[in-house]
Structures are given as structure tokens and as C-alpha cells.
Design a protein. Structure first.
Lengths: 574, 709
């Protein structure tokens, strides 16, 4: 095989590579049109990809979610090779949500299939969807994975094209939203179908018998690009000790990491990091890796498509049983609460070595997630989930973007969709003044969302439960290089601080406020362009008082215009 | 005897304003091109028409219709040159416009930039009112509050007002009340209400669309008024129509009220022309391919119908990157636009791979061959080196190209870094841009449920006919159609566009529970409203209505379109509709779920007037001498042999009906050049359309294309 390995000239390679990317994007696009739950079609919480015959990731969807995508790059390799090649049948479809094999919690269900060409498996297509419900208790304070829902080990959904109806039926009886689950699984099968069909068409067109030679060439080029980016960072070991806050009365979680840059490779070691804990924020190895990878990729080598080659130069070690490499049966439902911090922690470790490649702390780290369960006045139950962003951290070049889900990705659910799917009424959703961390570049602005369960006498809806998977209630997103912290997040029920760790119950008339944090600033705020501060005041991002206090900028209250002379004088005397 | 009458199509583009004048009786065309005048586009129109009168003195008096497409609106948005606009919205939601959907469009880029909202934060105002999701009035509008707000808007110098309240798509009572107050307090301020602009769910998309409409309303108003006056002074007494993004044309009045509907006015015309040809030749799946200097636009046309989509983006911060622009939700022809054109720049990227586009050299400095100081190799340079273009016959010889400059820059910037020969590099550029377009084309076609192998590719634009053959081969299509005047085909498309207006209403109802009588009422109400809008443009013709159902599985978020035949909806049974749904769903996604319930979501009506007859004149049959059509021979690059072959060069203007020949061939016309490989056969039909058939395997097949009859 190695002797007659097919070579690809640079032009042909680029053409075939482009085609492969467009194939995955095509299956990605089919999901928006066929999926059932708003978490998928509005909030885009899913990822499509495919591997070569050895399970090595060749292409992931352009609009992927980095946590799922990174975890799949590691996990699919293991899963695919756990079955002898000769046992695969054309028409096989597998389903699995084992958190330790893939994306770290039960809601992320993977559906995958071998792609057959000339009667043998040449590649594997896979997609993970975040299903709104997977049964179990939805809070983040469960003590183990058993309480968190239905665990689906690697199982055949279709055996050589024949649907395993018993399995589907079993799942349906274990989730709160069987219709959505069913429809979304069908959408997963369809997405893989699109991918398989297009890949075999391409192999036919191009006279390829295997994708592996092409894969090797793609990996080689990508690896080279990633390595040359890493070479720009000065060699050395860079450590950071950080804390992820505990929710409610849970203790804080110390994270310790050392990033070692050695020529063209990076190794991240988590020795000294907290042991796993008895609530739902434990992270599996794959998911930790995904967000470590996200930091290196997004800061140093954006723009190049991701595949096996991109991950090769980046290795990671973490003590088994630690919170970043937890052991079964740890509770993992809210793993993003810790996992999303990995990107920020790597940025902090590398800040001195690469100040232009990192951003300050972000209010969307972790993604602010809420799961609501309630019933309409007629008793009919409803169930939905939303993701909220926060202000992004500033960088040496830009102010932080307002309200972004970073380092994960996704989107908000429109107010009008949320109101028509549930019995909630949304009273407001808007930016919060003075929430962005002051800095030469200002942190992005955080936002508030106020929800009420209407009290309508006899026509009132039933009690509603809210599960929170979020953070930044205790420690705000940090500023960097003299930039200050962004504001804190808040979770209030009827104006009083509520407990984000368990379930919060609301009766008709109750009001809930979710505030997400602002991003950290970058650089000394007294060096910020006074005109940028003037605009911030005019736009209501910054108050007149804070403009003076934080930025040393004097704004005329009547006209909201800059007093430059007074500002320069004030700044000089500070 | 009745005098000669004319119709004039006039398309304002980025660089040129194109004119096509057609004689209604003979079908004879006159064309003209003059430079666009961005500060006042009506200057170019008047000038272009005056130039045409030099050829046809006095024709203006006999022009019955002028059909006009313009980039005025889209430019005002991109350059942010609209009016200062206030947004009035529900208390608690003034930041809807700024928060958007909170998605990072490039997941792995922490330095992405985002578009600024079209109305800045200080100009967005809240009023204390509320409608619930099911249309109940939760809180009334306070007249005094609104009156005070309008006073403030006037004082602040607002020139336009957008009103978009939460849930107004379900019940517009509060929005209407605010509109009435504005009309009373500030009769001169143009108002855009979301229930009129876009009565559909999802507040961000509706607010953004309404805000953009308000933002460009004053400039559209000013421009169209001025244009009408100027046309009047030069003697035009006919009707002026404006091209809509949806492919219909509409009255000046409607365009002034809904300028957001004419954003894609220009690019749509080629699609409309293709639709016409699709019907004329009865082609099932046609792929319209319009490649210019900077971008390539394409569209799948099925059974003579282009798909309409309800959303698109303008003003992308990152060109061609989905999600980096402002979403506009109005019916627009489902065009796909990518950064691939004659001016696309080739380079070797960091990974040592060839990359072509999306950056373009534009008109200035342009490709290296233009000798205007451009030193980046472009697609046009590659096409020249490969022998596809004639350096002495570019734009009919009015512009000289320097092939040596092309060779030099390709050698230096592509061949040397890649370690290939200059010719290999040139072919790489040509081939890669084709691949880029083919990949996009395949995604687009597949998304519409078509099969790329079965489409007829129709070429438009300056670079379209040069690349169509390569593109067709890559997507596996075997038939190519190059219409007459392909280089200015878009202005020609205006004549084939119907006067039409689309109306829709959302009303969710599970199929099993739906009252078909109620649906019939809904449809006929929509038809009445649409008919009113067409009234001004009508002179006694009967209005044609087309009905479409948007349906989905209960629980899904996107619908499939089902065209409905027949007048009375009550003639259908639940079962009829279900069968139609399942068949269409299966066609699109492989399998359906017959046990899963489906629902109606939106009902659409398109009202249109019968198309004016449009005749393309037949070619003269006098000279039938193929040899006389041959200009000579030149070496050009064969995609198959991967080497130069002698290509026969034909003069398009001399070709006659049923002329037949084989590739390798090049057909030259003033505005473009058609390249045909050695595995293809060519046939010219009675109207001068060129049909190219690429052999699937073995020798070329000359029986493709429709028979002359």
C-alpha cells in the first residue's frame, strides 16, 4: 500500500480539499432545514465531520461548535477502530452518547456511519447534536452521571439499513421530548446520508479508491502550517494557576496548567489541578483538549481548515481523576462550566509570550446555559433550552465584541420563538451599562434578560423549573496588561440572588433576571482614545461618572461631548 | 399605420450603466453602455438615452415602458449613506438590533469584526406597550408618550422612522396606532412599519429589515422622483417600472415605499432572463451562471422557475463570509454570489498552496495584462496565457491586453513559489477558480434538490462564457446554452420580467385540524391586497395569481414550498395535501416520516400581470457558409490533453441557423468569448442561441439541445 501511495500536486490537492469542505458544509446546511428543536435550528448547537478509513478527522463543518469538533477529532478515532473493519456493513448507522468517548455529556448524541465505496468502508461520517433533553434530572448539581439521563453505549441504530425500532422506542420513553428527539435523530441520519453520498460521488469522479492518501497529504500541509505558527512563540514553559468558581455553596476549583513550547510543538500539562468533584462540572479528557486546542488554533493559526494534522503538534496530559480528566461515573452534565475556561487559561499562560495573540477574559466563558421546564395553562408540558453570550475580552487590536458565546459558539433564541414555545413572557433583553472591563481596548458589553412567568389568575401556567449551567457570579472576566475586569454575572429571582447550582422553581408572577458578565479590558484605560470613550458615553455603554473614574475622560453632561482640555489635565494629574 | 414602439431596459451597475432598447414589433435590439455616475445615477440614464437618440432620433416619444434596475439602494447601505433614522420599539428591546443573534460567524477567529447596526444606539427609542405571542394586547400604546417621542425625533433631525414592536407580526394594532400618531404629528417623516415591511416571526430579522427599509427610504424617494422628472423632460411619457429582488417588476410608488425590496435589483435580471429561456426551451433544470469581474452569481432554475428565498445578507464585513452582514428578510431570487471573477487574484498561501480569490484587482489597477500597473496575476491573465482570450480582441478590440505582463507575473507570483511551469500555473489558476465555482454550484444545486449532472448551464457576463465549459465539466453537466448578448444579458432580462408582487401571511395550523374554507379566505384576501398594489401598473390586463404553501413537520423550523394549482382551496382533501408534502420531502431529503404530523406555516401569493410579448428576432438565413464564420486558428489550452491544441476561432455575428461544428473552438463576440473543448459539439439555433454538448464519454454527441421547430 505504502509503495503505490498516490501523490497529489498542490493544485489538485487544493481542488479536492475544497470539495471535501463543501461536502461537510452541505450536510451542515441540511440540519437547519430538517432539525426539530430550536437549540439546533436557531442556536446551531451541532457539529458535522468525517474521517478517513483510520478514523482520523479529515474535515469538520465550518459552522461547528469547537468543543464538539475538538472532542470528535480525538473520539472518532477510538470509536471507529474499536470495531474490526470486516464487521462493518453498508447501511450501518451507529448511535452513542458515552461522555468519555466523545463530547463530555449525555445530551451530545453522536450518530455515525461507515461510508462504503466499491464494497468496502473508505471513510466515516459523523455528527453530534446537542439534544435539548436526554432524560434524568436537568440540574448541574447531580452527584453522578446516572442521575443525568439516558446513557447510550455504542449501539447500532440501523443494522445494514434496517432500523432498530426497539432502541428508538426505548429512548423515546426516557426523554421529556420524544417527538423532538425522534425528529432530530432523523435529521442526523439525513446529514450523514448527504455526506456519504457526496463523498462516494467525488471518489467516483476522481477515480480514487481510497481517501487515505489524500488525507495524509491534507494532514501534512495542515500540520506544517500549525507548526510554523507555533514556532513563532518563544520556547519555554509558561504556567498559570486559575480558579473556576463553585456554584452555590460548592468550593472553588483550582486549575493549574503549564504550557511548554518546544520548537514547533506545544504540550499542556494539568498537574496540580483539582480532583474531580461531586457535582456536574467534571470534564472528560477530550473536551478539555478541545478547548486547549481552541486557544492555540484561534490565537495563532485561524483560517486553515481543521483536521488531524492541526491537532498533532498539540499534546496534553492531565492526571486521571482530576476535574479535567474525570473518571466514570463522575457527573458531567455542566462540563462547559469548567471546560470552556481552558481556552482562557491557556491564553493567560501565554499572555506574556504572545501578547497580540490572546484576548482578556470573556463573559461568555462559560456559555450561559439555561434549561426550562414548565407547563401551559391547559397542563400541556413544554421544555426548552437557551444559550446566552457575554461580553468578549478585548485584544491588543480590538474592543471586545458585545455578547458572544466564546470560546464555544451558538446563537440566541429569538424572543418571539421563546414566547411562542413556552409560557414565559420576556420583559427585556439588552446591554448593561458599565459592564465592559475598562481598558485601552474596552471589554465587550454584557447583557441582561428579564423573564416573567405571567400571573393570569385561573389561566396562569404551571410551575416552571430552571436549571443553570453558567458562571461568573463570583469572579468576573479578568482584564489584562492593566485592563480591568468586566462586570459580574447575576441570577436573580424577584430581585434577590438565586442559587445557580440546583433547580430554581418559579410560580406565576415570579420574575427572573439573568445578567451575563462583561468582557475584560486590555491595557491601561487611561490610554484609551478619549473620542472612543465619548462615543461609549453617547451610546450608553459607559456612564459619565465611570468615564471619569475609569478612563479619566471628562464628558459634558448636557451635550454628552468630550471636554478634551479637562480630560488631558485630569489624566496628567492622576 | 401604428408607429414603431419600444421598451427600454436600463441597468445601473458598479462600473457601467447598460441599456438595451427593443423594438416591440421587430424584436430588433440596440445596446449602449456608459459610465455610471454614482453621485446622481440619473445623470448616466439621461446621457445614455440621449446617446441612443443619435442612432434612433425621436424614439423616446415612442417608448412605452422603461424597466429599471439599480444598485443605488445597496450602495447606500454598504457605504452607510442612508438617512438618519429613528427606531421605535417595545420597552426592553432597543438593543435587539445590536445583539443580533449572538453568533460568532467564524468559530476559530477571535479577531472577527461585526457589522455596526444600521441605526446607532442613541437613535433607538422604547415605548411602554406590549402584545403577547398570541396577539393579545398586554399593554396599550400611550398617546402622550409617543407624541413626546415624535417631537424629540423632529428636534433631533431624524429624516425617517422605523417602527418594530415585539409580536406585531401576530397583531399589528399597537404598531398601527404609533404609525397614525406619527402621520398626524410629523406628516413629512417617512415611516416604515414592520407589519407592512415584514409581518413575520423573529424580532431581530424583522427589526433589521424594517430599519434598513427606513434607512434608504428618503434616498430612494429623492432619486425616483428626480428620475421621473428627468425622463419627463426628455419626452418620455410611458410607464416606469422598477426591478424587484424577487424577479418581478413593480411601480415607482411601491419601490418608494419598500426600497428594501429592490436591493438585489441588478443581479436578478440575468436570472429572470434564464427563467424565460428555461420556459422557452422547456428545460427542466437550468443553472444560470453570471460571471463578471469581481463576483460570480448563479442560480438554479427549475421548470422555468427560479427559487425565491426569504432571507439574504447585505454589507458583509468579511466579504462572502456568511453571517458577517445584516440579514434582510424579503423575497429575493435565490442567488448565490461568490468572490470569483475575471479580476480574482491568484497567490500562493502560507501552506504552499495555490489560492485564487476572493480578493479582486477590480477595474483599477485590474489584471496585469491591462497595463495599468497591476502586478498580481488574475484569472483574466491566466485566460489570456491559456489562449482563451485574444489580446487584440478584448471588448471587441477596444482594449489592448499585454500577454507578456501576464506571463511574467504568473511566473513570479505563482509558478516559481509552487515549482511549476508558467503554463501549469496558469492552468492551475483557471482550473481552481472553476473548482471554487463548481463547489459552490454543487452545494447550491444540491440544496435546491437538483442534480448537477442534469442541469443546462446558461452563461452570462463578461467572463461567464469563458469559464462555462470548465465549470460544466466539473459539475458533470453536459449541456451549455449561451444566449445572444450574453455579455449584457442582464439588461435584456428586464423585458422578460413580469409585473409582479409577492404577499405572504404566517398562520400556523396542523394539517389535520385545518379548515380549508378558512385557508381559501386567507388566500383570497392576500390576492385582493396584492391586486391593489398592481392596480397602478395595470391597463386592463387580467391579474394572474400563483399560490404557494409553506409546510413542515410539526416541530421543525424550516418549511418546504408547495406550489398549488387551481383556484379554490376547498377542492383539496387533507390526503391530497399530505401526499404532495411527502413526495416533495422525499425528493429533497431521501426519506419522509409518513406517521409524523405536518403543519401549514405560511401562505404565499404572487400576483402578476401577463408578460408583454418579447420576441427575439431570428437569425438571417441568407449566408450558410461555415468557412466564412471562421476568423482563424489559435493555440489554446486543452483541459483534457493538458496541453495546447489548435482551436478554431469563429465570429459569432456571422453564425447562421443550424450551423454545427465541433470543439476545440472559440467563439468571439464583442462582450465575451465562448470556449469549447474538443469533447464538445456546437449547434446554433434559429434565434442565435449557442448550444454546446459535452460528450459524457467517447465522441461528441450532436443531438443535444432542442430541435429547431
Amino acid at each position: 500500500m505504502t509503495n503505490n501511495k498516490r501523490r497529489f500536486d498542490p493544485i489538485t490537492l487544493e481542488i479536492l480539499w475544497k470539495r471535501l469542505v463543501s461536502i461537510v458544509d452541505e450536510s451542515d446546511a441540511s440540519v437547519i432545514r430538517t432539525a426539530f428543536s430550536s437549540l439546533l435550528r436557531d442556536a446551531h448547537d451541532y457539529t458535522c465531520m468525517f474521517t478517513d478509513s483510520r478514523g482520523q478527522e479529515m474535515v469538520q463543518g465550518t459552522l461547528c461548535t469547537p468543543g464538539m469538533a475538538g472532542a470528535m477529532a480525538l473520539g472518532m478515532k477510538k470509536i471507529v477502530t474499536s470495531i474490526p473493519m470486516e464487521d462493518y456493513r453498508d447501511g450501518d448507522v451507529f448511535i452513542v452518547n458515552d461522555p468519555w468517548l466523545l463530547a463530555g455529556h449525555l445530551n451530545d448524541v453522536c450518530v455515525w456511519s461507515p461510508i462504503f465505496f466499491k464494497e468496502k468502508p473508505v471513510a466515516f461520517t459523523a455528527c453530534i447534536f446537542h439534544h435539548t433533553d436526554i432524560g434524568g434530572r436537568t440540574a448541574s448539581d447531580n452527584r453522578d452521571v446516572y442521575a443525568e439521563g439516558l446513557y447510550i453505549p455504542l449501539t447500532k441504530l440501523y443494522d445494514a439499513g434496517k432500523l432498530n425500532r426497539d432502541l428508538v422506542n426505548m429512548i423515546r420513553w426516557n426523554v421529556r421530548t420524544p417527538k423532538e428527539f425522534d425528529g432530530d435523530i432523523r435529521s442526523q441520519v439525513a446529514a450523514n446520508h448527504v455526506c456519504s453520498q457526496k463523498i462516494t460521488e467525488m471518489m467516483e469522479d476522481e477515480g480514487l479508491d481510497t481517501l487515505d492518501d489524500l488525507a495524509d497529504e491534507i494532514f501534512y500541509r495542515t500540520e506544517k502550517s500549525m507548526r510554523s505558527s507555533i514556532e513563532n512563540i518563544a520556547d519555554g514553559s509558561y504556567s498559570h494557576e486559575g480558579i473556576v468558581e463553585g456554584a452555590g455553596d460548592k468550593p472553588d476549583i483550582p486549575i493549574k496548567l503549564t504550557v511548554t513550547v518546544d520548537g514547533s510543538r506545544i504540550h499542556v500539562d494539568f498537574d496540580g489541578t483539582s480532583r474531580q468533584v461531586d457535582w456536574g462540572v467534571n470534564v472528560v479528557y477530550n473536551f478539555t483538549y478541545a478547548y486547549v486546542f481552541m486557544a492555540i488554533k484561534s490565537g495563532f493559526d485561524p483560517g486553515v481548515p481543521i483536521n488531524e494534522g492541526a491537532i498533532r503538534p498539540i499534546t496534553m496530559s492531565a492526571p486521571e481523576g482530576s476535574i479535567v480528566n474525570c473518571k466514570y461515573p463522575a457527573a458531567v452534565a455542566a462540563r462547559m462550566v469548567v471546560g470552556h475556561f481552558m481556552t482562557e487559561m491557556v491564553f493567560k499562560a501565554l499572555a506574556q509570550a504572545a501578547p497580540d495573540n490572546i484576548i482578556a477574559g470573556s463573559g461568555g466563558t462559560p456559555a450561559q446555559t439555561n434549561i426550562f421546564h414548565g407547563s401551559f395553562a391547559n397542563g400541556k408540558p413544554w421544555h426548552t433550552m437557551i444559550i446566552r453570550g457575554g461580553g468578549m475580552g478585548a485584544s491588543s487590536r480590538f474592543d471586545g465584541h458585545h455578547c458572544a458565546i466564546f470560546p464555544a459558539n451558538g446563537a440566541n433564541t429569538p424572543i418571539e420563538i421563546l414566547e411562542s414555545d413556552t409560557s414565559m413572557i420576556i420583559e427585556s433583553r439588552g446591554l448593561v451599562q458599565d459592564s465592559g472591563g475598562p481598558g485601552r481596548q474596552r471589554g465587550g458589553i454584557g447583557r441582561q434578560m428579564i423573564i416573567r412567568l405571567p400571573d393570569d389568575g385561573e389561566n396562569s401556567p404551571g410551575t416552571m423549573s430552571i436549571a443553570v449551567q453558567a458562571g461568573r457570579y463570583i469572579y468576573p472576566p479578568a482584564g489584562i496588561f492593566g485592563g480591568r475586569d468586566g462586570s459580574l454575572a447575576q441570577f436573580l429571582k424577584n430581585g434577590k440572588t438565586a442559587d445557580p447550582s440546583g433547580l430554581t422553581f418559579c410560580d406565576p408572577g415570579d420574575q427572573i433576571s439573568f445578567v451575563s458578565a462583561g468582557g475584560g479590558g486590555y491595557g491601561d484605560p487611561f490610554e484609551r482614545d478619549p473620542e472612543a470613550v465619548e462615543r461609549d458615553v453617547q451610546y450608553g455603554y459607559v456612564s459619565i461618572e465611570r468615564a471619569k473614574e475609569d478612563y479619566g475622560v471628562i464628558i459634558e453632561p448636557d451635550t454628552l461631548t468630550l471636554d478634551l482640555t479637562a480630560t488631558l489635565k485630569f489624566r496628567e494629574n492622576k | 399605420m401604428k408607429q414603431e414602439t419600444y421598451r427600454l431596459g436600463c441597468d445601473i451597475g458598479g462600473t457601467f450603466t447598460d441599456f438595451v432598447l427593443v423594438n416591440n414589433k421587430t424584436g430588433e435590439f440596440h445596446t449602449n453602455k456608459c459610465l455610471t455616475t454614482p453621485s446622481d445615477p440619473s445623470d448616466a440614464i439621461e446621457q445614455g438615452i440621449r446617446e441612443l437618440t443619435e442612432i434612433l432620433p425621436g424614439f423616446v416619444d415612442n417608448v412605452e415602458e422603461i424597466i429599471h434596475g439599480t444598485t443605488l439602494v445597496i450602495n447606500a447601505i454598504i457605504e452607510r449613506k442612508g438617512a438618519r433614522t429613528a427606531l421605535i420599539t417595545t420597552k426592553g428591546f432597543k438593543d435587539v438590533l445590536e445583539l443580533g443573534r449572538e453568533k460568532r460567524y467564524d468559530a476559530y477567529d477571535i479577531f472577527s469584526e461585526y457589522p455596526e447596526p444600521i441605526i446607532p444606539r442613541p437613535d433607538r427609542f422604547e415605548v411602554d406597550e406590549r402584545v403577547t405571542f398570541d396577539g393579545r394586547i398586554f399593554k396599550d400604546v400611550d398617546e402622550q408618550e409617543v407624541t413626546a417621542l415624535i417631537e424629540r425625533c423632529k428636534k433631533d433631525g431624524m429624516k425617517s422612522i422605523a417602527v418594530c414592536l415585539i409580536n406585531s407580526y401576530e397583531n399589528p394594532v399597537n404598531e398601527r396606532k404609533i404609525k397614525e400618531i406619527i402621520e398626524r404629528e410629523a406628516p413629512d417623516l417617512p415611516i416604515s412599519s414592520s407589519f407592512e415591511v415584514l409581518p413575520e416571526i423573529k424580532e431581530y430579522e424583522r427589526t433589521c429589515t424594517t430599519a434598513v427599509n427606513a434607512y434608504v427610504k428618503p434616498i430612494t424617494y429623492w432619486y425616483l422622483n428626480k428620475l421621473v422628472n428627468r425622463l419627463g423632460t426628455i419626452g418620455f411619457g410611458g410607464k416606469l417600472f422598477i426591478m424587484l429582488s424577487s424577479g418581478g417588476i413593480t411601480s415607482v410608488e411601491t419601490a418608494k415605499n419598500f426600497p428594501v425590496r429592490i436591493i438585489e435589483s441588478g443581479p436578478t435580471a440575468a436570472v429572470i432572463a434564464s427563467q424565460y429561456y428555461g420556459k422557452m426551451f422547456n428545460i427542466k433544470d437550468m443553472f444560470c451562471f453570471d460571471m463578471g469581474g469581481t463576483t460570480a452569481k448563479s442560480c438554479l432554475i427549475q421548470d422555468g422557475h427560479a427559487g425565491l428565498v426569504s432571507t439574504f445578507e447585505v454589507g458583509r464585513v468579511q466579504r462572502f463570509q456568511k453571517g458577517s452582514g445584516l440579514p434582510i428578510q424579503v423575497p429575493v431570487v435565490d442567488l448565490m454570489e461568490i468572490g470569483a471573477g475575471g479580476g480574482s487574484i491568484a497567490k500562493v498561501n502560507r501552506m504552499g498552496l495555490l489560492q485564487v480569490g476572493p480578493e479582486s484587482s477590480g477595474a483599477d489597477p485590474g489584471p496585469a495584462a491591462y497595463c495599468q500597473g497591476g502586478d498580481n496575476p488574475t484569472v483574466t491573465d491566466a485566460d489570456l496565457v491559456l489562449g482563451y482570450l485574444d489580446p487584440d480582441f478584448f471588448l471587441g478590440g477596444t482594449m489592448k491586453l499585454d500577454i507578456e505582463l501576464s506571463k511574467k507575473t504568473i511566473q513570479k507570483k505563482v509558478a516559481d513559489p509552487l515549482g511549476t511551469t508558467m503554463v501549469e500555473a496558469a492552468f492551475g489558476i483557471h482550473d481552481l477558480i472553476n473548482e471554487t465555482m463548481a463547489a459552490a454550484a454543487k452545494t447550491h444545486i444540491a440544496e435546491k434538490g437538483g442534480n448537477p449532472n442534469l442541469v443546462t448551464v446558461t452563461a452570462f457576463g463578461g467572463a461567464g462564457p469563458v469559464h462555462t465549459y470548465g465549470l460544466a465539466k466539473k459539475i458533470g453537466a453536459t449541456t451549455i446554452l449561451v444566449p445572444p448578448l450574453a455579455g449584457v444579458g442582464s439588461a435584456l432580462g428586464f423585458f422578460t420580467a413580469p409585473v409582479a408582487f409577492d404577499m405572504s401571511r404566517s398562520h400556523r395550523k396542523v394539517l389535520e385540524d385545518a379548515d380549508f374554507n378558512e385557508i381559501e379566505t386567507l388566500f383570497s384576501t392576500l390576492e385582493k391586497e396584492a391586486a391593489q398594489i398592481l392596480e397602478g401598473a395595470r391597463s386592463g390586463d387580467e391579474i394572474i395569481f400563483e399560490r404557494t404553501l409553506l409546510m413542515r413537520f410539526v416541530g421543525q423550523g424550516a418549511e418546504i414550498d408547495l406550489g398549488i394549482e387551481g383556484k379554490d382551496f376547498q377542492q383539496f382533501s387533507t390526503k391530497d395535501i399530505r401526499i404532495m408534502f411527502d413526495e416533495e420531502y422525499k425528493r429533497l431529503y431521501g426519506r419522509t416520516a409518513a406517521e409524523s404530523p405536518v403543519e401549514f406555516v405560511t401562505f404565499k401569493v404572487r400576483a402578476s400581470l401577463p408578460k408583454k410579448p418579447f420576441v427575439i428576432s431570428r437569425l438571417s438565413t441568407k449566408k450558410r457558409d461555415l468557412q466564412a464564420c471562421i476568423k482563424g486558428q489559435r493555440p489554446a489550452f486543452s483541459v483534457i490533453k493538458k496541453d495546447y491544441l489548435p482551436f478554431t476561432v469563429y465570429d459569432r455575428s456571422k453564425l447562421f441557423p443550424d450551423a454545427r461544428f465541433y470543439g476545440p473552438a472559440i467563439i468571439e463576440e464583442r462582450e465575451s468569448t465562448i470556449v469549447i473543448g474538443e469533447d464538445a459539439a456546437v449547434r446554433v439555433d434559429d434565434f442565435g442561441f449557442i448550444w454546446i454538448n459535452i460528450a459524457q464519454s467517447g465522441g461528441p454527441d450532436q443531438e443535444g439541445g432542442p430541435k429547431n421547430d
